[in-house]
Design a protein around this ligand. Structure first.
Ligand code: UD1
Length: 418
C-alpha cells in the first residue's frame, strides 16, 4: 500500500500551479454525453475519480484519451445506457451520469451509488427532479431503471441546494423540450463552470451562480475545447499548509473570488493573503490565532470540503476555535488521527472544539476520506518529526500529486509506493 512520509518543521517557500477542479470536471465529463461529438478538456486533472469517469464513458462505447494535460473525449460511439454496479461504486458522484444518459438515450439503467465515508449520501432530490420532468424511475434491489420517452421542461424547486442534484437536472434539462428552471439551485463556482461548458457546446443555460438556473432544452449540442477551472479546495489545502507550517507561498491559478470564505478565516488567524490577476500569495509568520466559529454552509459559505483542512492548520493556534459541520453527518473522522499527533479536540455531534496546542508530534496515521487525508498532510508539515500517512488512495481521488506540489513549496514530503 502506498504511503506518504512527511517531516515537519520546515517553513514553506515557493510557487505551485493549482490543478484543474475535480468537482468541475466530473459533471463536465458526464455532460460530454450530450454532445455526440468530440470534446477537448484542457487542464484536466489526472485523478482517480477522473479515471473512474473515463471507465464509465468507455463502458458506454465512448472514446477518451490523454494528450498532455488535455483529455479528448468522443461520445459519437455511445451504444449503451447502462452502468455496471462495479463502476457505479468506484466513485460516489457517478449518479451525475443519470441526467445526461437519460437526456441522450431516453433511458438509463444504473445502480444506486450508496452511502459513503461522510455519512449517507441520498439522491432523492435528483430523482424527484427527474420525475418532475417526466421520467419514470423504478428502484429495485439497488438498481435504478429510468425511462423517459420525452423529458419536459418544468419549474423545479430543490428543497435544499444540492450541488449534485443541480448538476444532474441541468444536464437532463438540456435534453428536455422547453425551458426548465431550477429554484434554490446550488451556487458553487463548479456549477458556473458547468454552465459555461454547456454554453460553449451551444447550450442555452443562464443563472448559474445565483439561486435560479434556467435551461432552454432541445438544442443540439456540439463539441468544443474547454479549460477546466482551477480547484478551489486544492488551493485551500496549500494555503492551509502554509498557514500551518509558516512561510511565504504563491499559488498560481488560484482565484480568491472562489475562496473568500477560506481566506477571510486565514486572515483572521493572522495570515497575509494577497491575490493578484494570476494567483494568490500567502505569507504566515508566528503562531496563528484562534478564530470565530467556523460553520460549514453551501457556497458562498465556508466549504465543508475545507473543514478538515482548516482544522488541521489551527491545531497549533493560540486559543480555541469552534467548528460546526452542517452539510454532512459524519465529517469528523479525521479528528482521531489529529489527536494521535497531539491535537486537543472535543467533538459533540456536529460541533468540534479545537484548543490550540504548542506542539504536534509526527505519528503513523491513516486517511479516513479524501479531504481528511489532505488535512493530515497539512498537520504533518506543522508537526515535529516524521509522519507516516497510509491509505492515501483517498487522496488520489482528488489530488494529482500532493507530495509533488508540497515539495514545490519546500516541504519535506515524499510518496512511497510498494
Ligand atoms: C458535492 C461535492 C462535494 C461537496 C458537496 C457539498 C462533487 C463531485 N462533490 O457533493 O465535494 O462536499 O458537494 O459542497 O461536486 N442531499 C440530500 N438529497 C439529495 C442530494 C443531497 O439529502 O438528493 C444532502 C446530502 O446528504 C448532503 C447535502 O444534501 O447532506 C449536500 O449534498 P450535495 O450538495 O448534493 O453534495 P454532492 O453533490 O454529493
Amino acid at each position: 500500500m502506498s504511503q506518504l512520509l512527511a517531516r515537519g518543521g520546515r517553513r514553506l517557500e515557493g510557487e505551485v500551479a493549482v490543478q484543474g477542479a475535480k468537482n468541475s470536471v466530473l459533471p463536465i465529463l458526464a455532460a460530454t454525453l450530450l454532445t455526440e461529438d468530440r470534446v477537448e478538456l484542457r487542464g484536466c486533472p489526472r485523478l482517480r475519480d477522473v479515471d473512474a469517469s473515463i471507465r464509465i464513458l468507455k463502458s458506454l462505447g465512448c472514446e477518451a484519451r490523454w494528450e498532455g494535460d488535455s483529455l479528448l473525449v468522443d461520445t459519437a460511439g455511445l451504444k449503451s445506457w447502462s452502468i455496471s454496479d462495479i463502476l457505479m461504486r468506484e466513485m460516489r458522484s457517478s449518479a451525475i451520469f443519470l441526467g445526461a444518459i437519460l437526456a441522450r438515450c431516453c433511458q438509463a439503467d444504473l445502480s444506486y451509488p450508496g452511502g459513503c465515508e461522510l455519512g449517507p449520501r441520498p439522491i432523492d432530490l435528483h430523482l424527484a427532479g427527474l420525475r418532475g420532468m417526466g421520467a419514470e424511475i423504478r428502484e429495485c434491489g439497488g438498481a435504478l431503471l429510468c425511462r423517459a420517452s420525452r423529458l419536459l421542461g418544468r419549474d423545479l424547486v430543490l428543497s435544499l441546494p444540492s450541488v449534485g442534484a443541480t448538476e444532474n437536472l441541468m444536464l437532463a434539462a438540456c435534453g428536455a423540450e422547453g425551458t426548465t428552471t431550477i429554484a434554490n439551485a446550488a451556487r458553487e463556482p463548479e456549477i458556473v463552470d458547468l454552465q459555461s461548458f454547456l454554453n460553449a457546446c451551444g447550450g442555452r443555460v443562464s443563472g448559474a451562480g445565483t439561486s435560479t438556473i434556467s435551461v432552454e432544452g432541445g438544442r443540439p449540442l456540439h463539441g468544443c475545447s474547454y479549460r477546466i477551472m482551477p480547484d478551489r479546495v486544492v488551493a485551500a489545502t496549500y494555503l492551509c499548509a502554509a498557514a500551518a507550517a509558516g512561510g511565504s507561498v504563491y499559488l498560481r491559478n488560484a482565484r480568491e473570488e472562489h475562496l473568500s470564505a477560506v481566506t477571510a478565516v486565514l486572515r483572521e488567524a493572522g495570515c497575509g493573503i494577497r491575490p493578484d490577476a494570476e494567483g494568490i500569495a500567502c505569507c504566515c509568520t508566528g503562531r496563528l490565532r484562534a478564530v470565530r466559529p467556523v460553520r460549514t454552509a453551501p457556497y458562498p459559505g465556508f466549504p465543508t470540503d475545507a473543514q478538515a483542512i482548516l482544522m488541521g492548520a489551527l491545531l497549533r493556534s493560540q486559543g480555541a476555535t469552534v467548528f460546526e459541520e452542517t452539510i454532512f453527518e459524519n465529517r469528523y473522522r479525521h479528528v482521531d488521527e489529529f489527536v494521535r499527533m497531539g491535537a486537543n479536540i472535543r467533538t459533540a455531534g456536529r460541533v468540534a472544539v479545537v484548543t490550540g496546542v504548542e506542539r504536534l508530534q509526527g505519528a503513523p496515521v491513516r486517511c479516513t476520506d479524501l479531504r481528511g487525508g489532505a488535512a493530515l498532510c497539512v498537520v504533518a508539515l506543522a508537526a515535529e518529526g516524521e509522519t507516516e500517512i497510509s491509505e492515501i488512495s483517498h487522496i488520489d481521488r482528488g489530488y494529482e500529486d500532493i507530495a509533488r506540489d508540497l515539495r514545490a513549496l519546500g516541504a519535506d514530503i515524499s510518496r512511497r509506493d510498494p
